[in-house]
Design a binder for this molecule. Sequence first.
Ligand code: SF4
Ligand code: SF4
Length: 156
Amino acid sequence: MSDPIKRDGLRREFWTRVPMAKMTEAEWEALCDGCGKCCLNKLEDADTGEVALTRVACRLLDDATCRCTQYDIRHQFVPDCIRLTPETVAKHMYWLPRTCAYRLVYEGRDLFDWHPLISGDSQTVQEAGVSVQDQTVSEFETPEDEWEDHIIEEPL
Ligand code: SF4
Ligand code: SF4
């Protein structure tokens, strides 16, 4: 599958030397590895604030490709889909997946070698087993009161 995220014409290894707030929009978007983990519904414990990941995917996620099927117009269908920006990324740290490139860069860590910016191939994310490919159930078919039965460990 070709990579829907444009990753050419970007500054060389920009993620290692350009502060998030100074990244271009294309660089910011290219940071996403396409794992799809942020598109899984989460359950948050009201008392402890602990967040559990479920395999129940957002209605717009295609779990064969791990991509949002309507990314550019997704808010028409899913108004509360998070828009990560350099300004908002800090407040989302508590739930962002451990391998999420926005988390890694925010924390000053290296990207994994399976990240498409390193490997040059979007398929390496699937090959490394860190994506949600073929692992989800639809939120259309899974009532919210059953989500607890679908809690999973983050694929790492
Ligand atoms: S978890 Fe992070 S890297 Fe993975 S798809 Fe979501 S935003 Fe992109
Ligand atoms: S709307 Fe798209 S980007 Fe947002 S959670 Fe759903 S599948 Fe993911």
